[in-house]
Structure formats: structure tokens, C-alpha cells
Design a protein around this ligand. Sequence first.
Ligand SMILES: O=c1[nH]c(=O)c2ncn([C@@H]3O[C@H](COP(=O)(O)OP(=O)(O)OP(=O)(O)O)[C@@H](O)[C@H]3O)c2[nH]1
Ligand SMILES: [Mg+2]
Length: 201
Amino acid sequence: MKEIIIATKNTGKAKEFVQMFAPLGYEVRTLIDFPDVPDVEETGSTFEENALLKAETISKLLNRVVISDDSGLVVDALNGRPGVYSARYAGEQKNDQDNMDKVLRELEGIPSEERTARFCCALAVAIPNEASLTFTGTCEGVILEERRGEYGFGYDPIFYVVEEQKAMAELPPEIKNKISHRANALKKLKEQLPTVFKEGN
Ligand SMILES: O=c1[nH]c(=O)c2ncn([C@@H]3O[C@H](COP(=O)(O)OP(=O)(O)OP(=O)(O)O)[C@@H](O)[C@H]3O)c2[nH]1
Ligand SMILES: [Mg+2]
């Protein structure tokens, strides 16, 4: 089976990449399989910058084609926060429940028509001795007043997907993986797969 390395330590993302690459015949390996690889500091100010930092650093280290994902929640009423700080919005412990509580607290009293938001995903592909590629995807929604659903990870329980009329965490993986920001970015990447994953890479 062909193998693809995704430079993530996030188990929620890892699961989705396994599900999305399986039909293409790729076995996904993540940094959870490479415990000695150090954390890459996310010092960029955009999702794309951070995705490139992660993919290029790990690709150089392993001398392999590496894909990375930098993603997050952008809330209009919060001037785009949590944005690139989504994972650590409530602190370095990266706790999903604390992060959701912080967003809900900051939006207290704000009516639903002003609670518009989107998930954003930037995927970067780093290829040894070649220029890197990036692909972006978004998914539009509204921040709920309380949690709903058990699927997914991160902010999924408080993100209402307008298109599906359900919270993201109420959507089973086969639906989320068709409509999510990650799925939309991956659709663009897949169109380039034959050139990216040529023999030898
Ligand atoms: O409800 C959600 N559904 C999603 O589909 C989703 N995708 C991203 N996020 C949030 O954005 C952070 C990414 O930050 P991030 O790209 O730096 O990743 P991370 O630090 O968790 O792992 P790594 O890939 O960097 O190792 C995550 O932790 C989540 O809080 C999501 N929340
Ligand atoms: Mg991160």
C-alpha cells in the first residue's frame, strides 16, 4: 500500500485523514507514529504560513513528501479570533472544552445573526528539492449557544453548519468528510496527487 505522511499530532485530524485517504489506497502515517520528531513552533500569522512551516520542517527531517494541516475557527464577531490560535485559545494545555467555553463566553448576548463563523484549513505539501504547494478550504457556519452532538473534535459541538442544518458534531464522519474545510482543501490537493506522488517520492 502507498504511504503518506501527515505532519500532525492531533488525533482528531489524524482520524479524518485516515478516512479520507483510504479510498485512494493510501495508508496514512502521522507524527504519532514518529514520536522522536520535535514539535514545530507555529510562528506564522496565517494558516498557510503555519502549514508550510510544519510540512517543510518535517519533510527536511524525514527526507520524504509530507503534508501538513493548519486549521482553525474564524468568528466574525470576535474579529477573526481564535484564528491561528484555535488549538491553544484558552491556554497552552490545548483543551477543546476550555476553548469552546471561552468562545461561548465571549459571544454571550450576541444574537445568532451576528454569530457567523467559518472553519478554515490550509494544507501544505512539501516535496524534497521541489517547491511546496498549498491548498485552502473553508466551511461556513454559525456559533451555537450550547454544545450539540458527539462526533468530531475541537469546536465541532458549537459549530452549526448552515448547509446541513446540524451542528458539525451531529454529522457522522462520512458527512463531515464531504463538507468540511479539510475536505474542501483536500479536494483541491487530490486533483494534484498524480504529480505530487510520482515515483520516488
Ligand atoms: O471543531 C473543529 N473541527 C475541525 O475540523 C477543526 N479543525 C481544526 N480545528 C481547531 O483548530 C485547531 C487546529 O490547530 P492546528 O492546526 O495548529 O492543529 P493542532 O495544533 O491541534 O495539531 P497539529 O496538526 O499542529 O499537530 C484544532 O486544535 C481545533 O481547535 C477544528 N475544530
Ligand atoms: Mg498546531
